[in-house]
Ligand binder design. Structure first.
Ligand code: ATP
Ligand code: MG
Length: 393
């Protein structure tokens, strides 16, 4: 029965002079999200809000599902559009609308009317109270509550009359593309996809990098990461994913460095490689799924040593999250089922039985001093042989 959606946005409404940039980006992101939905839509901004108007029949559930993935949207109101054919006709339509849209026959409600078209013969208040009366006659169990109604029926008188009563929550955040871009270190685990989602939610466009170690890691492990990127792309838009062969560097570190320091040194080289690709992609920072104390490489000491090698800011949106909080989010955004597939990860293959948990920068730098020269060659090879995949939802 719906022909349009009114899109409500939160924070971007308060962006002062830049507001139009946020709105325009939200319009294009919304249109983009609806591109693959069965039906055809026009998205436009109008009086400080965004309208999605269907041009054809469309799949309602698919459209709502697509809109709930657009960052910046806080509410999605399905709208029925009515030709103005006099008040009686309107009242009849409102009654059949309420029959469908009100969640129960005995809810409390109020009618809120906005008269954008000033030549309409009744004042807003008159429309509200007359429609309220008609509804009470049609559904005797309804009750009016003007302060805390369970349902607010909005009637907006424009060229056509807009009716809506339901607000489906959107994801919130900022439209992707309004906050620069960043490089996500994407593993096949549970955490990094969630970290990417959270930074994208603030409007940041995401590039991604995955380190694999063939033949120690399989094509299935790589495909798993591509699949995770695909799910993130549902929210973040198309993702440029760099797949970097880390095998030789890892083997070399394994050969030259104390094994209890392997993970930390590997992680420092991962950061360096990530920064290299990030600079090429014009990213403004790195993103990881680290959380304080989760594993040996994520103690405060380990992260300090890892961080020491980075020049770019490293964003760790999960830093204060418990594992269960991260799992809950992963389930909500749809990455969890893929993340728990049991394929090998390059970090776990070379991991020591007892990795240092409180590494000391001096001793790490000393170990690294044995490996710098040949490492430069291997680093360049890893860069040269990287594969870049454009991943779309
Ligand atoms: P995740 O669940 O994201 O894999 P984790 O708990 O396994 O994290 P680590 O293995 O210590 O933790 O990795 C910490 C972070 O480093 C990851 O969240 C990710 O951002 C990055 N990372 C780890 N391994 C890889 C990899 N193979 N490719 C790209 N990034 C990686
Ligand atoms: Mg991992």
């Amino acid at each position: 029965m719906y022909q349009a959606f009114l899109i409500k946005y939160g924070e971007i409404g308060v962006k002062g002079k830049n507001r139009h940039i946020f709105e325009d980006t939200l319009v294009s992101q919304t249109a983009n999200a609806l591109k693959d939905v069965d039906g055809s839509f026009v998205v436009r901004k109008e009086n400080g809000r965004i309208y999605v108007q269907a041009q054809t029949e469309f799949d309602f559930d698919e459209a709502v599902e697509a809109l709930t993935c657009v960052f910046g949207i806080v509410g999605i109101c399905p709208v029925v559009l009515v030709e103005d054919e006099g008040f009686d006709k309107l009242a009849q339509t409102v009654i059949s609308f309420a029959r469908e849209a009100f969640p129960a026959p005995d809810v409390t409600f109020k009618v809120v009317t906005r008269r954008a078209r000033k030549n309409y013969p009744l004042e807003s208040m008159e429309v509200s109270s007359a429609l309220g009366e008609r509804l009470l006659e049609a559904f005797p169990k309804l009750k009016v509550d003007v302060h805390h109604p369970q349902v607010t029926l909005h009637v907006e008188i424009r060229n056509k009359i807009n009716l809506y009563a339901q607000t489906i929550p959107g994801p919130g955040g900022m439209p992707v593309g309004t906050a620069g871009r960043a490089m996500l270190l994407l593993s096949g685990g549970i955490d990094s996809p969630v970290a990417g989602y959270m930074i994208a939610k603030r409007g940041v466009k995401i590039d991604a990098i995955y380190f694999h170690a063939p033949p120690y890691t399989s094509d299935r492990a790589k495909q798993k990461v591509i699949d995770l990127a695909k799910t993130i792309a549902k929210y973040a838009g198309p993702i440029r994913l760099h797949v970097v062969n880390f095998t030789e560097m890892q083997l070399y570190i394994y050969e030259k460095c104390p094994h209890d320091q392997l993970t930390i040194i590997m992680r420092r080289y991962m950061m360096l490689l990530a920064e290299h690709f990030a600079a090429e992609d014009e990213d403004l920072g790195l993103i990881t799924g680290e959380s304080i104390g989760q594993v040996a490489s994520q103690t405060m000491q380990s992260m300090a040593v890892t961080n020491q090698i980075c020049n770019m800011p490293v964003y760790r949106p999960l830093v204060g999250f418990d594992k269960q909080d991260i799992v809950d989010l992963a389930q909500k955004i749809g990455t969890y089922e893929t993340s728990i597939l049991p394929y090998e990860d390059c970090c776990t293959i070379f991991v020591a039985k007892h990795p240092v948990t409180k590494p000391n920068l001096k001793s790490i730098l000393k170990s690294e001093s044995h490996i710098t020269e040949r490492m430069k060659v291997l680093f360049q090879e890893a860069v040269d042989t990287a594969e870049t995949i454009r991943v779309e939802a």
